[in-house]
Design a protein around this ligand. Sequence first.
Ligand SMILES: *Cc1c(COP(=O)(O)O)cnc(C)c1O
Length: 380
Amino acid sequence: MKKSYRCWAEIDLDALRGNLAWIRHRVGKDAKVITVVKADAYGHGLRQIAALLMQSGTDVFGVANLAEATAIRSVGKGWPILMLGACLPDEIEVAVRDGVMPTISSLAEAELFSSAAVRLGRTINVHIKIDTGMGRLGVAVSEAASLIDAVTSLAGLKLSGLYTHYASAEDDARLSRQQCERFQQVIGRVLKQHAVEYVHANNSAAVLFEPCNLFNTVRPGLLVYGVLPTGKRRLPPGLLEHIQPALRWKCRVSFIKDVPAGTGLGYAQGFVTRRKKTCVATITAGYGDGYLRSGSNRAKVLIHGKRCPVLGRITMDQMLVDVSSVGNVGIGEEVTLIGPQGNDVIGVSEVADWCGTIPWEVLTNITYRVPRVYQGQQAA
Ligand SMILES: *Cc1c(COP(=O)(O)O)cnc(C)c1O
C-alpha cells in the first residue's frame, strides 16, 4: 500500500490518544484540556486528528482561524472551539454565527462582538486574554479589570474564559513565574465575583514545567503530537516515558551511484566528495515536501537503520545522501526522515536543530504534497 508513495507521513493515532491520556493524567481529572489543532493539527491533518480527539474526549479545540473551526464542525458538532487569534472586523459576524469563542483583548473588540451578537439574537461565550509578557494579543494587566467589567455587562456576551500565554516556558523559569503572578493578580479579583468556566495559561512547555499552576484548564499543542518543546529547562528523567511522537516522515531511494573523489554534487556543487569512492543515493523528498533547505549539508536520514548525511543543497523534490557506510541499498527502499528505523531514531527536535529552527516549524512546514497515512485503531 505505502509502496505507492514517494514521500509520505505516517500518523500513529494510538500514540496521539496515549499522549492525550498522559496529559490528562498529569493535569488531573478536574482540569479541562483545550487541544490546539491549528495549522492542520501541526501538520498531522486536521480532520483526522479532530475526529480522534473527539473520540478521546478533548474538552475544547484551539484554532488559529475560522476555516479551521469550520473543518472541525464538519467532523463533529458540539465541541467548544476557541479562536486563539484576534478576529478581523469582517470575521466577527461569522464567528458569532458559527458559535466560535473569540479571544478579546480590547473594549473595541468586545463592543463589536456584542453588537453582532445582539443583531443575530445570540449570546456568545468569549475569552478575555491578558498580556502578562508575551506582547502579542491581550489586554494590559493594568486595564484588565475594566475590560472584564465591561464584558460582563455588555449585552450578548458571556465571560467564559480568562487566559494568558507564556512567552518562554521552556527556557525561562523566572519570566514564567512573573507572568503567572501577574495573571493570578488579575484573575483573583474576578473569580470572587464571576464564575469563569475556563481559566488557562499552560501551553505544552508550561504543562511540563509549571505543573503547580494549571488553573482549571490547559492548552497544549506540541505535546499532544508527542513532541517535546525544546529549551534550556530540564525535566526529571523518566517523566516523559509515555509520550510518543505520532508522526513518522518517510521517502524512498530513487537512484544510486558511486562517485570518485572531487565530484561536485547538486546545485552550486554544494558538496564536493573527498573520499576515494562515495556511494550517493538520491532520495524522494525536498523542500517542496517541506524539508527545510537550511538542513543542506547538515541533516541526516535513516536507511537500513543507519544515519546517512545529506550531501549538498536540498532541492525542491530530491536530496542526495551518503550511503557509503550502509552497503547494498536498493532502489525503492524506504528512507526515514523523522522517526525510528532499526535501532536508531531521528526526532523532530533533531531535524529542527539541523535546520536551525524549532520543532513546531518542522512539523507545520510539511506540505500538502505529502500524503498523511493514518495508522492505529481508529484510523479510518
Ligand atoms: C499555539 C498555541 C498554543 C500551543 O502551544 P504549544 O507550545 O504547541 O503547546 C497554546 N496557546 C496559544 C495561544 C497558542 O497560540
